[in-house]
Design a protein around this ligand. Sequence first.
Ligand code: SF4
Length: 108
Amino acid sequence: MLASLQKYCKFEDIAPRTYDRCRGMFFSTVVTADAKMFACLHHRQDPDYLIGDMRGEGKTLEEVWNSYRKWMVYESIDVSICPPFCRNDSFNGVLAELDKDMIHKEFM
Ligand code: SF4
């Protein structure tokens, strides 16, 4: 509840995104009830964000997760059109910072 309050207070002062990639999709991918894997919950059932269809394609979770399609979806995501304060917003900000060149990055 506290985390939600903090998040929704930010709606009064929406700042531009500090990242241009959704690295968070590798940590909070969504598998829907019909056995489809999508990049995130906000874009579930959108074919552009479909990583794989385990039921329809007869693939295992591991096969879908390790598919080339996952990287295609990752490369195609345009975060500028994603909803503000989405599921991975804060996570993406942190991961973008960690991706920058910095001294002793390995200790982060
Ligand atoms: S809405 Fe957020 S979590 Fe979903 S793809 Fe866009 S940046 Fe990633």
